[in-house]
Design a protein around this ligand. Structure first.
Ligand SMILES: [Zn+2]
Length: 699
């Protein structure tokens, strides 16, 4: 009975749906491979260069120092010594290999190439005879996470999670270098997994507590054409929520219901994002429409109820998890950098399924805000959580015990080049405005598309089109960002007080304006193109105030400030060592100015604000002040001060600044001396939302 049920659930549904056909072999909209896109200048080039030259090597060095790389050498008997660290540390190294491989696509680097070869040799040595690869167990490091035997504790062992990242790294390294060494390790591993798990009485019916292997197996399938890997990805997804077949992990692991019945995003946010991305991949590769309707519902839930303004997901520190609907706190927001990445990867795949610009709107919001804050401009310091307010003291770190975020950043930045363009048959999609040159091979022939732009600092973009054959006819689809036309997010969760309209967008070909009519968020320019044709785009980029849906209690009576795709914030470095005491009255005016942070010039804003102060009795007074706002991603480069994104529009909701200086001879680690004079009143003596100062056990 069990196997019959399973067989039924694993039957592929080949039906025709919008965008997918019965012969669906992959996404209907295709990205343009990294190798074919060169980032040229502007906002992103320094980021790409810093990633390639600083972050890749910083991450490798830290992995060497912390034993992450020795673990492979030791498991492979290339050196002596015990396992060091946490069993999922293997995945960190795979992620850096993936990111480093992407950088080689456009920047051949013999030193990096040779370093990767050496590292891959260690990984191959660490692999056991039958393909098993998990350095902790091979080195005899067993604990409550690993379980005593292979696969005995899959809810938390990360055995399949680790190798999911191995598969992604292997596919990337093979695609870029053509070398099979890591791909062979990955295939040997996947063959073991395929022998161990799957339908039929003889195989195990487990799934990973931390999703990732699903994405990895799909990439391995694309790299090798081995259909067993795709089937296995689908098997692991279909195992979730199957209480008739296995003991479930629960909602934290998205394992409370079969995936096709899940409609609300719950649990650990990174795991959820990877699951939904994996479902999109499998849906694209198999034509399974039940997955698509599930991820469509989950996406609606996230964008309308669980998305922070900076594009972050996973509101709660506890469990690094989604909160309830509309639970979108600011200071306590968790918003792990990895969750931002998972959300972006998922949204890119949703675009590739549906061809709608709204998914790129979410991706762009993440890329410029809640993802980018995760890495310092210098490329060697990182945020793990990305909150929307800080009382000071919070800053980026060089590394973490659990260092998933720094290594995820390395592999994400290069992929932005791939996200910038897409194609479907003859149609070319310009999704992200990144100064770059892309060579596309379409059904209308080869076309070179070159973008020149200072986006996001202004909304002017020039796109030069050069078809290999003059007169080639094809539609050019230019994404009109939601923020430009009154839809900062594709839901009612955040709205502009004075919404942008189609009148804020002008597009011309060789100087002649084209009608601004949107279809799935794109303006289509369908014509015969000649070398020298230029598309000029101007998106008006005024400062816009944003309000949150009334159900978002933490943003009640508050407004945020955006300009183009950028969320702005105030931090104490520019505002006389305070920021939380700043309120922005609804009528306050803004002026653009510029600031330089670590040598990077950026557009800042001057705003007519009010600074709220309080005396020891909590009596408040307000003083006019010119506040400086900077892009959110750039905060915390000049000391760990106060910061806020959602500004109160009345003095009552501000956190007043105190001009009373306090000091103490002793302060317990969870206390703050500033709490004595911050003028903030707790609701009761145990109110955890308010900073406190206690005198126990000292007098
Ligand atoms: Zn992380």
């Amino acid at each position: 009975m069990k196997s019959a049920l399973l067989k039924h659930s694993l039957t592929l549904a080949f039906v025709v749906i919008a965008g997918l056909t019965s012969t669906a072999s992959d996404y209907p909209y295709q990205p343009v491979p990294l190798k074919q896109v060169a980032v040229l200048e502007g906002f992103w080039l320094p980021r790409f260069e810093t990633n390639r030259l600083v972050t890749v090597w910083t991450d490798f060095k830290k992995s060497e120092e912390t034993g992450r790389i020795s673990n492979f050498a030791r498991a492979g008997k290339l050196e002596d010594g015990p396992f060091k660290g946490i069993p999922f540390d293997d995945s960190d190294v795979y992620k850096i290999v993936e990111g480093a491989s992407y950088t080689l696509a456009t920047h051949p680097d013999p030193k990096l190439d040779a370093y990767l070869d050496g590292l891959i040799a260690k990984m191959a040595a660490a692999q056991e005879q039958d393909g098993y690869l998990y350095t902790a167990r091979t080195l005899g490091f067993l604990n409550g996470m690993t379980g005593k035997e292979r696969w005995s504790n899959m809810g938390s062992s990360h055995e399949l999670y680790n190798i999911g990242h191995l598969y992604e790294a292997a596919a990337a390294h093979y695609a870029v270098t053509g070398k099979r060494a890591l791909l062979d390790v990955a295939c040997k591993s996947a063959d073991l997994i395929d022998k161990t798990f799957g339908p039929g009485e003889a195989k195990r019916k487990g799934t990973s507590g931390h999703e990732e292997i699903e994405i990895g197996l799909c990439k391995l399938y694309r790299a090798t054409g081995e259909k067993r890997y795709l089937d296995l990805a689908k098997f692991f997804i279909d195992m979730r929520g199957r209480k008739d077949l296995r003991t479930l992990y629960g909602a934290y692991n998205q394992d409370h219901l079969p995936v096709t019945e899940q409609a609300e995003a719950v649990g650990h946010a990174v795991r959820a994002g990877y699951l939904y991305a994996g479902m999109a991949d499998v849906a694209a590769l198999t034509g399974d429409t039940s997955y698509i309707s599930a991820i469509d519902k989950l996406w609606e839930n996230v964008v309308s109820k669980k998305l922070h303004l900076n594009g972050g997901i996973g509101a709660r520190h506890k469990g690094e998890a989604f909160g309830d609907n509309y639970e979108l706190p600011n200071e306590s927001a968790y918003l792990e950098t990895c969750a931002a990445i998972a959300n972006a990867l998922w949204n890119q795949r949703m675009f590739l399924l549906h061809g709608d610009a709204k998914y790129i709107d979410v991706l762009e919001r993440i890329a410029y805000n809640g993802f980018l804050s995760g890495i310092a401009i210098s490329g060697d310091e990182f945020f793990y959580p990305n909150p929307l307010a800080s009382r000071g003291g919070y800053k980026r770190s060089k590394w973490f015990g659990c260092s998933c975020c720094p290594v995820n950043i390395v592999r994400f930045i290069p992929q932005l080049a791939e996200f910038a363009y897409a194609q479907r048959e003859a149609a070319i999609y310009v999704n992200l405005f990144i100064a770059s040159a892309a060579k596309l091979k379409t059904s209308a022939g080869e076309v070179t598309v070159t973008q020149k732009t200072a986006y996001p600092w202004n909304g002017d973009v020039r796109i030069d089109i050069a078809p290999a054959k003059d007169g080639a006819a094809f539609p050019l689809k230019v994404r009109v960002p939601g923020w430009a036309v009154g839809k900062p997010v594709p839901s009612g969760l955040y709205t502009q007080i004075r919404p942008g309209t189609l009148k804020d967008v002008t597009i011309a070909v060789n100087g002649l304006p084209v009608p601004i009519a949107l279809e799935k968020g794109y303006v289509t320019i369908d014509r015969a193109w000649r070398k020298g044709d230029a598309v000029t785009i101007a998106f008006a980029m005024p400062v816009r105030r944003i309000q949150a849906h009334p159900e978002v209690k933490d943003d009640a009576g508050r407004l945020a400030v955006e300009r183009g795709p950028l969320v702005y914030c105030a931090e104490s470095a520019d505002n006389g060592s305070h920021a939380l005491s700043l309120m922005l009255p609804a009528a306050s005016a803004f002026a653009e100015t510029s600031v330089e942070i670590l040598g990077h010039k950026m557009v800042a804003l001057k705003a007519q604000a009010i600074s709220v102060t309080a005396d020891l009795r909590g009596h408040r007074s307000s003083l006019p002040e010119i506040a400086t706002l900077i892009p959110y991603f750039a905060w915390c480069h000049r000391g760990a001060g106060e910061m806020q994104v959602w500004f109160p529009s009345s003095p009552e909701t501000a956190i007043p600044c105190s001009n009373i200086k306090t000091s103490a001879s002793h302060c317990w680690e969870l206390d703050s001396v500033a709490a004595v004079s911050d003028g903030v009143m707790p609701e009761n003596s145990g109110d955890p939302k308010v900073k406190r100062m206690t005198w126990w056990p000292k007098k």
